[in-house]
Write a protein that binds this ligand. Structure first.
Ligand code: HEM
Length: 513
């Protein structure tokens, strides 16, 4: 854990000892899709482990840190409808407008001399704007702050500093203190959210005085903060009380953080892949050029969802670069009568049980050459027919190379380093299978978790990945400077994943038209 490679270490144990391993006196990790259904599936009522308390904000719980199954349901009911596709579609005009702003800033950065931009930092600012819009109906001006700070050399503003600091401070809290110290480190974001709650209240009062109507009187397109103010906790079907302010604040702060860091990391890794894989970039740009003749136009979300290559690319990005690749810990029921068994082993009450996306996404019996970044796997029935796999045109993700840090960095154009498994011919795989079932692969995908505790914002994440990738790839070619390489991008993890260098510097070159 201290080496920030916990997922890799657990994966090594699973490979060595089989699909269930005991990693601590009271903790087992398993790797099996049928068992995953039992532990995480829709009918699972297992509680989360105390680990999640590290992620509390302002010392208070939110949906992700509410351990107990039934208390979690009360919270989830408050926010779930906000992330319905129909509701999210209502925020599309603002999402497009922020994305145009992002493209304009990248063009401005490229206009003088080519400049390497830390996309992790840039995307965090972009997502603060997007998330403040749908969470608070508030214009945070975060992208502008990025521009003033990075392009014009001005001082970073308070919010920018908080945005840059929170991943590192959060990691420190989990790694060193293993406690809810996030309370202290997230103080400014917490204050920021509280101020938004006050804004929302005064706006509602003002509107009421003016027109006699509530400001947000429709069922849809309310910012989350207004939705939560209307949410009633319903205990045992009788006592109803408004959601307390501290719960509204911790819920919104958690969504601000969860929705900013994960998506920024996933996008940064995907852009890095595009920078070193001209074959993938060419394929993507061909698809986008056809449906976005005007590079400044933005495609409707529903149209974006129909693009096969973009969709395949995102699936592969979520497979290889899951932003939350770690064990998702649950607790076996304390009640002896409810004792469960996993893969033939009976599990003592109170044992922590978990599976991790990192390993599920790298199963050799499911994913053809799992260490290759190969969007084609999501398009083809028979991968041995793929030119990319025949010529081994896939790149090996940074974290799969061993020993990572000693390896020479790959330049964007250098040939691919293959693992021992990948050196075998695709046709001569040990189990003799070359046909890859999409259904089978989908069953092993776990980037957003599963069941009642599945990622609350996964619909939004899917939309944002499509909107940003399409806008950037339609308008720019991407080059990785030498400082962005296998070593700097090697995946590290403490619950969330991040590049070893804590940054991802890329150069954006405007395309000719
Ligand atoms: C690529 C982007 C994202 C990834 C990979 C991701 C991953 C995850 C995972 C794996 C969990 C489940 C944790 C568990 O079972 O212990 C989770 C929970 C959650 N995520 Fe995400 N997430 C992403 C984006 C977002 C966004 C955009 C939002 C909201 C704006 C969001 C909000 C949440 C919330 C609220 C939960 C807690 C759900 C609950 O327990 O009710 N996430 N996320």
């Amino acid at each position: 854990m201290l080496r920030l490679r916990r997922c890799r270490a657990i994966d090594d144990l699973l490979r060595k000892y089989g699909p269930i391993v005991r990693v601590a006196p009271n903790k087992v990790i398993f790797l099996d899709s049928a068992t995953m259904k039992v532990v995480y599936g829709v009918s699972s009522k297992l509680n989360k482990s105390k680990f999640y308390k590290c992620l509390t904000t302002n010392g208070n719980d939110h949906a992700m840190t509410t351990l107990d199954h039934s208390s979690h349901l009360l919270r989830k009911r408050g926010y779930a409808s906000h992330y319905n596709p129909a509701n999210l579609a209502l925020f599309q005009p603002e999402i497009h407008s922020f994305t145009r702003g992002l493209v304009d800033l990248l063009s401005a950065a490229a206009s003088s001399s080519p400049m390497a931009i830390d996309t992790l930092l840039l995307f965090r600012h972009y997502f603060i704007d997007v998330n403040c819009m749908h969470l608070f109906d508030y214009s945070a001006g975060s992208l502008n702050a990025w521009s003033r700070n990075i392009l014009q050399g001005g001082p970073p503003d308070e919010l920018s500093r908080a945005i840059s600091d929170f991943p590192k401070q959060g990691l420190l809290a989990v790694l060193v203190l293993h406690s809810s110290s996030v309370k202290r480190s997230k103080l400014s974001l917490f204050k920021f959210t509280f101020q938004r709650l006050r804004d929302a209240r005064s706006m509602m009062r003002l509107e009421k005085m003016r027109s006699g109507n509530e400001h947000y009187d429709e069922d849809l397109r309310k910012p989350l903060i207004a939705r939560l103010q209307d949410h009633k906790y319903n205990f045992q079907g009788s006592l109803r009380m408004n959601m307390p302010d501290e719960d509204i604040v911790s819920e919104c702060t958690a969504h601000l953080i969860a929705g900013t860091d994960t998506t920024s990391t996933t996008l940064s890794y995907l852009l890095w892949e595009l920078s070193r894989r001209p074959d993938i970039m060419a394929h993507l740009q061909a698809e986008l050029d056809e449906c976005m003749p005007d590079p400044k136009s933005m495609l409707d979300i529903q149209e974006l969802q129909k693009l096969p290559y973009l969709t395949a690319l995102i699936k592969e990005g979520l497979r290889v670069y899951s932003a939350a690749p770690s064990p998702l810990e649950r607790v076996a029921p304390a009640n002896r009568d409810a004792e469960i068994s996993l893969l033939g082993y009976s599990i003592p009450p109170g044992t922590i049980i978990a599976s991790q996306a990192f390993s599920s996404h790298r199963r050799e019996d499911v994913f053809f050459c799992p260490n290759l970044f190969l969007p084609d796997r999501w398009l083809l029935q028979d991968l041995s027919a793929s030119p990319a796999s025949r010529s081994y045109g896939g790149s090996t993700p940074a974290e799969s190379r061993t020993p990572e840090d000693e390896s020479p960095p790959l330049s964007p154009s250098s040939s691919v380093v293959l693992s021992e498994t990948e050196k075998g011919s695709p046709v001569a795989r040990p189990n003799g299978r070359t046909r890859v079932s999409q259904v089978e692969m989908a069953k092993h995908m776990f980037p957003f978790g599963h069941g009642p505790r599945v990622c609350g914002g996964q619909n939004l994440a899917q939309i944002m990945l499509r909107v940003v990738l399409s806008a950037i790839a339609r308008n720019f070619d991407i080059i990785a400077p030498l400082e962005t390489n296998e070593k700097s991008m090697a995946m590290r993890d403490i619950f969330v994943a991040f590049p070893a260098a804590l940054e991802c510097k890329l150069i954006f070159v405007p395309r000719s038209q």
